[in-house]
Design a protein around this ligand. Structure first.
Ligand code: PLP
Length: 300
């Protein structure tokens, strides 16, 4: 028998490790039928998890918020994620943990009766921006699609309610932009598909306070900015302020700090990634070697 090919990634499905191409979930899992699930994504860089504790803490809070029980302790989740990465051998990886509602007994619509399920996978590191976009900056459109209100779906608990983000992204791509940021009912920008948004105005770093996921990369940016002596303003960010900012960038586990050089077709600053943004990009990657923030993986 030939051994399985784990090189493209590994999933853990109902306690079994399988090559990513073979991973599947039952069609009747409400995670699929109702988007009734939560998840988190942690990255591995240079063979070490980055800010694993923060991602686990957020995952457990998201589970609590949606009344989901992964059925595993934090240590057991770490073991599962580590095993996915170890089997894959990947030194740079995008690692996702998921808890779904599962399925109530057939015929029942009572979510309390469902047996929740835990899934995980590790695949090669996923970049939200390609090399050219990272070097030259992304072109971002501000959508008129409103992000689902926080009172309906709490954006601080990670979820797959992405139709608004996906419709916004399709509109932006059709219009020739690279990505999109959505607004709230007051016209403040909130977040985009998989990232938080920042701008720099008169030397201060500004990011929305509400209506979005509190990204772990967003937290890293705030901490980096403070450690570099920059002023940080966490507050409502009207779309007009983003358009007229000195610098704009995104934060995400899918690439860290990503420069934006065009918003709604108009160049930001001189149309090149800004100096403070570049400093934050450098610091983001430098922080990956801080032992307080990373956890090396034993691949043996
Ligand atoms: N906002 C949304 C809607 C997201 O899905 C994500 C990441 O998946 C983010 C923001 C950024 O969060 P993080 O920095 O933890 O990757």
């Amino acid at each position: 028998m030939t051994s399985p090919d784990y090189s493209k990634g590994v999933a853990c499905v109902r306690a079994q490790y399988v090559p990513i191409a073979e991973a599947s979930i039952p069609m009747t899992d409400w995670g699929f039928l109702r988007s009734d699930a939560t998840y988190d994504v942690v990255t591995v860089w240079d063979g070490a998890f980055f800010r694993l504790d923060a991602h686990l803490e957020r995952f457990m809070l998201s589970c609590e918020r949606w009344r989901l029980n992964p059925g595993l302790s934090t240590e057991q989740i770490v073991d599962t994620l580590t095993q996915c990465v170890r089997l894959s051998g990947l030194r740079a990886s995008y690692v996702e943990m998921i808890c779904t509602r599962g399925q109530p007994p057939w015929g029942s619509r009572d979510p309390r009766l469902a047996v929740n399920q835990f899934y995980a996978f590790a695949v090669p590191y996923v970049w939200l921006a390609n090399e050219a976009q990272r070097a030259n900056g992304l072109h971002l459109n501000i959508s008129d699609v409103q992000r689902i209100p926080s009172a309906s779906v709490d954006p601080r608990a990670k979820n797959y309610h992405w139709n608004d983000l996906t419709m916004g992204l399709l509109g932006a791509l059709d219009a020739g932009a690279d990505s999109v940021v959505l607004v709230d009912a007051q016209g403040n920008v909130v977040e985009g598909p998989g990232f938080n948004v920042f701008c720099i105005r008169q030397g201060a770093v500004v990011t929305p306070a509400q209506g979005m996921l509190e990204g772990i990369s967003r937290r890293t940016v705030i901490e980096m900015a403070q450690s570099l002596g920059m002023e940080v303003q966490v507050r409502a960010l009207p779309a007009a302020e983003l358009r007229s900012a000195d610098e704009v960038f995104l934060s995400t586990s899918g690439g860290g700090v990503l420069p934006v050089t065009v918003v709604d077709g108009v160049a930001i600053g001189d149309g090149k990634p800004g100096a403070l943004t570049r400093r934050l990009v450098e610091t983001y990657w430098a922080w990956h070697s801080d032992p307080a923030l990373n956890r090396p993986i034993d691949y043996s």
